[in-house]
Design a protein around this ligand. Sequence first.
Ligand SMILES: Cc1cc2nc3c(=O)[nH]c(=O)nc-3n(C[C@H](O)[C@H](O)[C@H](O)COP(=O)(O)O)c2cc1C
Length: 179
Amino acid sequence: MTMTVDEAIRERRSVRAYENRPVSKDLIRQIIEAATFAPSAKNGQQWRFTVLSGESKKQFTDLYRQELDKLDFDLGSSYGSCNMMEKVPVVLIVWNTNERGWSTEVHSVAAAVQNLLLKAHSLGLGTCWIGDIFYTYRAIMDYFKKPWNLLAAITVGWPAVIPKMKPRLSVDEVSEFLE
Ligand SMILES: Cc1cc2nc3c(=O)[nH]c(=O)nc-3n(C[C@H](O)[C@H](O)[C@H](O)COP(=O)(O)O)c2cc1C
C-alpha cells in the first residue's frame, strides 16, 4: 500500500527506539535517492552521505562518546542521542559540500534530509535527525577528513516504539497573510 504525501508528512515521527534487526543496503539507497530529488540552490545538489553500520558505526559512536566525555557543560540530550546511535543499525552522516560558501547550500541539504525522512517513513523505517553531534563538530570533521561541512547525523532503523505526535503550532500562530 502506498502512502500519500500528506500521510507521510503527518505521520512521520522522530523514532528513538529501534528493533535489533538490520536495514538492507537497498532500502538505504532508496532513501538517499529520495533525498537527491530535493530542490537545491542553483541545482548544486550539495548533499553527500556517509552510511555507517557495523564497525564503522561503532568507531564513530566511540569517538562521539569520548568527545562528549571531555566536555564539562550541559550537553542536553547528547548522551541520549549517543545511546540511540549506538543501538540503531544505521547512522547516516550528512554533509554539505559548501562549494560556494552560500548559506543557501545548507538549505538545500536540509531539504534533502526531509525528503529522506519522509521516504524512510513511507518504507516503514524510523529515523531521527541528530543535531547533538554539533557539540563535537571539530572532532567529527577531523575524524572523517572530508572537504565538506558536517550537517547532521540521521539514525535509520525499524521502529520499536512509534512516539505520539509532538504538539504543533497552528497555521494562525505561524502565519500572517498580507493583502
Ligand atoms: C535540526 C534538528 C536537530 C535535531 N537534533 C536532535 C537530537 O540531537 N537528538 C534527538 O533526539 N532529536 C533531535 N531532533 C528531533 C527533534 O527533537 C524532533 O524533530 C522534534 O521534537 C519534533 O518531533 P517529531 O520529529 O517526532 O515530529 C532534531 C531535529 C532537527 C530538525
